[in-house]
Ligand binder design. Structure first.
Ligand SMILES: NC(=O)c1ccc[n+]([C@@H]2O[C@H](COP(=O)([O-])OP(=O)(O)OC[C@H]3O[C@@H](n4cnc5c(N)ncnc54)[C@H](O)[C@@H]3O)[C@@H](O)[C@H]2O)c1
Ligand SMILES: [Zn+2]
Ligand SMILES: [Zn+2]
Length: 379
């Protein structure tokens, strides 16, 4: 089959790789109809992870069940399904608590949590390919209505819609709250959208990319361009100097300075400490890593950042972090889409054949030509 294969930093290619097959009775094989490119893929693409050449990318996958293992009970050939990016077993301590992003059994490296097509997240090839093997399929496949309706809305259930929602959950966003979301990438836009779904009264979205800020304005959030002026001051000016009830970091360790020419990995965390009102909460779905070969200094390379812990404690702020436990939210979010109450697909800028993956990676990485969220269509 054809698949998007990582060759070296800034180089992916569509190549022939072996077809996946049923390896365990609990597996299914899914024919992929949609697979998204994620900001987390860029960390591997830029050579900032331990991803080995030859790995097939793609952890946000939707498709049609093609082949069913003998131990699978809830799925049949022809079912349309979307898979959480987390590979999870369903029976370990963390899975039983709903913390499927930190499954204790699926990752032989000993790290909690598994994912398709991701460095250090277990032996699961990705779905930017014609076919995908899904382990523990009864647990990891979520059924969708048959047909092709809402394909790009449902595809976002694999990753960024639940990840944005998770940001709100981590920050405890409640009706009437004011919320500051840093980052208007796909995750930030989904966090802002989720905050509005949850009844936030005012949502600020901070970024420097004009097309992305325009999308934030489109859904009713207040765009804040941090290349123009201090974003914290801009938000203070619009909240009578109070700051917001909640803050969400949807940027992670690749945060840049106002002119965009230098990385400043702790910038967003420190701005959130200044933005959120005393006793408020900060949710961090953005990714910070224990080691970053591309980090700007010796500390950043070891994943050690200068965060204003003193101010954070003095304000009594709560901080929660971590990958989204997608399975905890995807059913409810699916039903909002089916009922016409949520349309996360507004964030999708490009729907392209698999062959265009190399160009799509390049442009999404440079955040140019309006590349905000790309869905690859392998079949
Ligand atoms: N927790 C999860 O489960 C989960 C899931 C998916 C992605 N992620 C992580 O979320 C983060 C965002 O993902 P994405 O796909 O939206 O990526 P992205 O890179 O497309 O978006 C990041 C955005 O942040 C902006 N930005 C950079 N510096 C900034 C600053 N100082 N202030 C405000 N904005 C700034 C960039 O311009 C960009 O638009 C990444 O770290 C990704 O790894 C986490
Ligand atoms: Zn992702
Ligand atoms: Zn588990």
């Amino acid at each position: 089959m054809r698949a998007v294969v990582y060759r070296k930093p800034f180089d992916v290619a569509v190549e022939e790789v072996p077809d996946p097959h049923i390896e365990h009775p609990n597996d299914v094989i899914v024919r992929i109809t949609s697979s998204c490119i994620c900001g987390s893929d860029l960390h591997m693409y830029e050579g900032r992870t331990t991803a080995e050449p030859g790995i097939v990318f793609g952890h946000e996958n939707l498709g049609i069940v093609e082949d069913v293992g003998s131990g699978v009970t809830a799925l049949e050939q022809g079912d349309r399904v979307v898979m959480p990016f987390n590979v999870a077993c369903g029976f370990c301590k963390n899975c039983l608590a709903g913390l499927t992003g930190f499954c204790l059994t699926v990752n032989p490296s000993g790290f909690a949590g598994g994912a398709y097509g991701y460095a250090a997240m277990g032996p699961y090839p990705g779905g930017q390919a014609e076919y995908l093997r899904v382990p523990y399929a009864d647990f990891n496949c979520m059924p969708l209505p048959a047909g092709t309706d809402h394909e790009s809305d449902y595809a976002l259930l694999a990753g960024i819609f639940p990840a944005g929602y998770h940001g709100c959950e981590l920050a405890g966003v409640a009706p009437g709250n004011t919320v500051a979301v840093f980052g208007a990438g796909p995750v930030g836009l989904m966090a802002a959208y989720s905050a509005l779904l949850r009844g936030a009264s005012q949502v600020f979205v901070v970024d420097r990319v004009a097309e992305r800020l325009a999308k934030a304005a489109e859904i009713g959030a207040v765009p804040i361009d941090f290349s123009r002026d201090d974003p914290v001051q801009q938000i203070m000016d619009q909240t009578r100097g109070e700051g917001t009830d909640a803050g969400i970091d949807a940027v992670g360790y690749q945060a840049v300075n106002a002119s965009g020419d230098r990385e400043d990995p702790a910038a967003v965390l420190n701005q959130l400490v200044r933005t959120v009102r005393p006793t408020g909460a900060i949710g961090v779905p953005g990714r910070y890593v224990p080691s970053d070969p591309g980090g700007i200094d010796e500390h950043a390379k070891r994943g050690v950042l200068r965060v204003a812990l003193g101010a954070l404690c003095e304000k009594g702020l709560r901080v929660s972090t971590g990958q989204a436990n997608v399975k905890r939210y995807n059913r409810q979010l699916r039903d909002l889409i089916t009922a016409g109450r949520a349309r996360p697909g507004f964030v999708v800028s490009h729907e392209l054949p698999l062959e265009e993956a190399p160009t799509a990676y390049q442009k999404f990485d440079q955040r140019i030509d309006g590349y905000t969220k790309v869905i690859l269509r392998p079949t």
